[in-house]
Design a protein around this ligand. Structure first.
Ligand code: VGL
Ligand code: ZN
Length: 216
């Protein structure tokens, strides 16, 4: 994008607010460093978009991505699941628990859809579009296409996992895709943030700041 130009969100643009849930915020089970810093920019951004979708990480107890499910494994270690390598996490965003609730500090009453993900016990899902087996769809691409959206803007938690994977899948699904960096924060475990930057660039995802959005 040329310097100085701003993007004015319109009717074919959608903001996806990823996983701004209590467990990813300070005091939560998988707190993202400085995670609460996304709330203010996300709320401001959401005010500039007529169309907003939220994602919600939503795991059953005993989920395959939880270290506690695997004997002798610790959080942030790797394991192999049937679809490939998987980071193991502290138990988080368990269905129906307070930690899984979307933060009450989000002020987006006009959000049109909440897409839950990670509900299959044996498969993780960082992306709001496709689970980690890279086959099972959440249906989000079909929903966005049927509604005629062309550009997808992603923000929320965590930049190097669920926000990035959502943006990468949006690009793969054919949307012009943006990741709004100051409205996102990373976990940054084992080089994940640097790898993410390469992946985003290779996929043509445009990493921008909220200042580049008009009227916020
Ligand atoms: C996330 C790790 C595990 C995220 C979700 O929202 O980025 N990260 N589950
Ligand atoms: Zn999760």
């Amino acid at each position: 994008m040329a310097e100085g130009t701003t993007i004015k969100p319109g009717d074919t643009d959608i903001l996806i607010v990823v996983d701004v849930q209590n467990d990813f915020l300070p005091g939560g089970a998988l707190a993202v460093p400085d995670g609460d810093a996304v709330i203010e920019p996300v709320n401001r951004l959401a005010g500039a978009f007529r169309h907003v979708v939220l994602t919600q990480d939503w795991h059953p107890q005993g989920h395959a991505s939880f270290a506690s499910t695997h004997p002798a494994k610790q959080p942030f270690e790797m394991t192999e699941l049937h679809y490939g390598p998987q980071v193991l996490w502290p138990d988080h965003c368990v269905q129906g628990t307070p930690g899984a609730e979307i933060s009450r500090d989000l002020d987006i009453p006009h959000a049109q859809l909440v897409i839950r993900k990670g509900y299959n016990a044996g498969i993780d899902s960082y992306s709001g579009f496709k689970e980690a087996d890279r086959r099972t769809s959440t249906g989000l691409a079909g929903y966005l296409k049927e509604r005629g959206f062309r550009r997808v803007f992603c923000a929320g938690l965590a930049l190097d996992f669920c926000v990035a994977w959502t943006a990468l899948d949006a690009a793969e699904a054919g949307f012009e895709t943006y990741l709004i960096e100051d409205a996102s924060r990373p976990i940054d475990t084992d080089g994940s943030l640097e790898k993410t930057r390469w992946d985003l660039e290779a996929a043509g995802v445009r990493v921008i700041t909220s200042e580049q959005i008009a009227d916020i």
